[in-house]
Design a protein around this ligand. Structure first.
Ligand code: EPZ
Length: 420
């Protein structure tokens, strides 16, 4: 395992380029399995989860090539296995997203049950129910999900009890090659789903309603594949802006899309920073001042994203005033609180609500990363804190932030990665 050593007390300043979206890349890579023709995806971020997805496709027999621009091309005519290796699914829950494409294209799929993770139990009952609504037979035994179909999947009307991002994506992909029309109601609205629908339509699917809570999929016989460029990562963008807010700095994010993080930008405005943006850039200038405390409640898009909650816990820890941060999506996603307390943060926890009394400074110490976004939050806290911070188990951050230390170095941070 590795750790990060951070010399704190830095106010981050400068600009950086945002990478492709992890949470758009993962379903799109799974969607490659739907296509008989070759598919090429551009702007994939260089992340552990993308590498795991490519390993997963390779293990099924997909022929993959990567060119000098890091465009990934896939040819699925060589698929020879319909069972995902348990060790890969165990590394990344999003592996469940191959269930719908494999079932719809090849007629069967065996996926090991993705366990929970640090932020919660993360069941997949809505994924399973969606597949069954489309006519799949699902058997769960010995920790595996065995899905199969007699003939093609059949279009259906599916009403999601909760706008689950992953279940929406899996059902859309399973429905693309089903017989007839599928209507998905109360589906998730996240921008990554719009990106997935744009991609699948470019590859030959027939999906309408992107960006609404009611998606209609007209089943097609086959998808010929083609090219697609993944959107930029809105959570990476907002994470760097949160780093500006927490360190009273000034950061411009390039290749960023301000239209898909409106709820977060609203909160940055409330911190008192100068927020400016153009079509493909966003800048937050704190003018050297501490942020004002801002209340946060996470919720499904277009509400404030749960993936930005940990980062704003750090902003509020250093803010002027008292703020309440409420996590409504995952049952265990406030793990960073305990670590921030060790750095001097004043946070009272009551189930999924953190009441944070801002302090003028945090003090560097030894902390432990637990999940992807909590790790990013602790790195921001270490850069802002006075003194040295050591963060163990830093591999979590490699799952979702491309060249994290390098980009932070560019902004003035003093960070070294060492073996633990
Ligand atoms: C996606 O996870 C993202 N991951 C998560 O980002 C993100 O936090 C989450 O959506 C919410 O926005 C990817 O896109 C790869 P959900 P997903 O299904 O699809 C419950 C990150 O840090 N639920 O919308 O797993 C579930 O337990 C990651 O980048 C069921 O009960 O999220 C949770 O409480 C973390 N049954 C809630 O719904 C199901 O079948 C939201 O889950 C599915 C979900």
């Amino acid at each position: 395992m590795e750790k990060l050593i951070i010399q704190g007390g830095t106010s981050l300043k400068g600009s950086l380029e945002i990478s492709g979206s992890k949470n758009s890349s993962l379903p799109i890579l799974a969607g490659m399995l739907l296509c008989e023709g070759k598919t090429t995806v551009a702007n994939l971020p260089h992340l552990q989860d993308v590498t795991t997805s490519l390993e997963l496709l390779g293990s099924l027999g997909v022929e993959l090539s990567i060119d000098e621009n890091r465009y990934v091309e896939a040819d699925t005519r060589t698929v020879h296995s319909l069972a995902t290796p348990p060790e890969l699914v165990g590394k990344m829950r999003a592996s469940i997203l191959v269930l719908g494409p494999m079932l719809s294209r090849f007629g069967e799929a065996t996926v090991s049950f993705p366990g929970g993770c640090a932020i919660g139990n993360r069941p997949i009952d809505l994924h399973i129910a969606g597949m069954e609504s489309l006519g799949a037979e699902i058997i769960i035994e010995d920790g595996f999900i065995k899905a199969s179909r007699k003939g093609r999947l059949r279009g259906a009307t599916i009403i999601l009890p909760f706008p689950s991002v992953g279940a929406t994506e899996n059902i859309i992909m399973a429905a693309t090659l089903a017989e007839g029309t599928t209507r998905i109601k109360n589906c998730a609205l996240e921008p990554e789903i719009i990106d997935l629908i744009k991609c699948l339509n470019a590859w030959g699917a027939n999906i309408s309603g992107a960006g609404t809570s009611s998606i209609v999929v007209q089943g097609v016989k086959k998808m010929d594949g083609g090219f697609f460029r993944v959107m930029s990562d809105r959570i990476e963008t907002a994470t760097y802006l949160a780093a500006a807010a927490a360190t009273s700095g000034k950061i411009r994010t390039m290749r960023a899309d301000p239209s898909n993080i409106s709820a977060v930008l609203e909160k940055f405005r409330k911190t008192g920073g100068d927020l400016t943006f153009g079509v493909d850039w966003i800048e937050l200038d704190m003018r050297g001042k501490r942020p004002k405390a801002v209340n946060i409640t996470t919720g499904p898009y277009p509400c404030f994203p749960t993936d930005m909650q940990a980062q704003f816990t750090v902003v509020n820890s250093l803010a002027i005033g008292i703020a309440q941060v409420t996590e409504t999506i995952f049952e265990n996603r406030l793990a960073q609180v305990q670590e921030l307390r060790c750095m001097g943060a004043k946070i009272a926890l009551n189930n999924n609500v953190a009441v944070i009394t801002g302090v003028p400074k945090l003090t560097g110490t030894h902390v432990m990363a637990s999940d992807l976004r909590a790790s990013a939050a602790l790195v921001i806290a270490g850069v802002a804190a006075e003194g040295e911070t050591t963060i163990d188990e830093i591999h979590h951050v490699d799952r979702g932030y491309e060249c994290f230390e390098e980009k932070l170095h560019q902004l003035g941070a003093k960070i070294t990665r060492l073996p633990s």
